[in-house]
Design a protein around this ligand. Sequence first.
Ligand code: NAD
Length: 512
Amino acid sequence: DAFGIRQSLQKIGVQSENLGSSTGLNWLDSGASYLSSFSPADGKLIAKVQPTNPETYEAIIAQSQAAFEKWKTVPAPQRGEIVREIGNALREVKADLGKLVSYEMGKSYQEGLGEVQEMIDICDFAVGLSRQLYGLTMHSERPGHRMYEQWHPLGIVGIISAFNFPVAVWSWNAALAWVCGDVCVWKPSEKAPLSAVACQHIAAKVFAEHGMPEGISNLIVGDYKVGELMSHDPRVSLVSATGSTRMGKLVAKAVGERLGRSLLELGGNNAIIITENADMDIAIRGALFGAVGTAGQRCTTTRRLIIQENVYEEVKTRLASAYSKLVIGNPLDEKNHVGPLIDEGAVESYLTAIEKVKTAGGKEVVPGGVVSGEGYESGCYVKPAIFEAENHFEIVQHETFAPILYLIKYKTLPEAIALQNGVPQGLSSAIMTTNMREAEAFLAATGSDCGIANVNIGTSGAEIGGAFGGEKETGGGRESGSDAWRAYMRRQTNTINYSTSLPLAQGIKFDI
Ligand code: NAD
């Protein structure tokens, strides 16, 4: 335990890691055999977590249904007060939870801390929101009538999350869902279950301290089969699923068949357009962090650089030089820039993608490869690679969840925008330019077709205040800031007649 993970777990309040299903302080024994979580940093076993089985799942849903009856009667600002306390509890364990996330998922310690900060930020956002769940009032066409809309809690919100943001994605959903009056059932990635166990301890304690019943924050653990229990379950009003497009299509189908609601946050294939009017220092730094941060395992990772031909060689040379200075190694050691991929399966996908881009005719700029030797025993460390490629290559059209960057050349801005939009995904996009006309053209209705479009910022690193999500195969969902909260509530339109007659809408006559 060179990194003090056990001490951190103790500080967070995790007494035993052999836990899995929970309604809060109550941990349920499913009797199922344990799932192991290994650290991609050093390949060591971190913990064993017990998967949820159908019986335990039933017990959790029953408890959460009962909890919803109570929770929805608590005034929203009071619900916000409890979420404020959860934010404060997270502040107290920021360093410990950040370290655990870094060790279990493999992102740098700084990014682990950033992820916990994001959880704190969304709690703060939700506290303010708890007094702003506004509906509209409308003018009725009928005399002596008043019309308005209000937003009511939805019920059980199922949260399915991906490995790469093992804790933040839960909080984006849960903090909002709670102030909206919903109860949450979270199925974290089976690749990072211990971070979820830790979060459940933090939230459960706060709910209990406020005398709230078990079942407002619930945890279920396991692979896709446990996720399927929720997507097929009509008692789960909303399934918010973050992960691959493949998973999203399956979840959308299952939830759609029962006419439930789903909120999908799926894969991206994000590009930065670098024009000849770019501030080159910003462009290079933005592209570098976008492409190699989190070892290329962000949904918003920069996967394609679309570069104007006059600055193409300069960008290529400067990026190659920046890549040569990257230090690959243990994410908890702050001198390293690039940590490991999540597991050996991810390393396989990375190697296959490199083979495919070469076969398609891609030209190597910075070679890839697996790093071996002392400190790299987990077998999960790979070299960030750059290839010159063409947008239509089949491999370029796909998201490979690894640090592989494709360089694509363009002549005119409309051509660049067409290339940027010419993929099945639509999450994040950016343009590097100091020219106002270029920037505005990129942001116009005829510009980027993505959910996120930035100017002089890379594609990754969104703030929680904006609505987060993307179009096309990214799934169309929006989470986090702006009015994303509406997905977690049901809208009710109310018309009140305070007159002494009963006029019908549209002037319809119906007299006896
Ligand atoms: P994944 O799709 O393999 O798994 C994500 C989650 O879905 C896991 O909890 C998994 O158990 C569950 N799951 C898988 N199949 C399921 C099914 N049929 N029914 C119910 N649940 C199922 O994804 P991953 O490898 O963990 O994460 C990487 C992917 O997530 C990338 O594609 C990335 O772009 C995407 N992602 C998107 C966002 C976003 O906000 N758009 C954020 C983070 C990650």
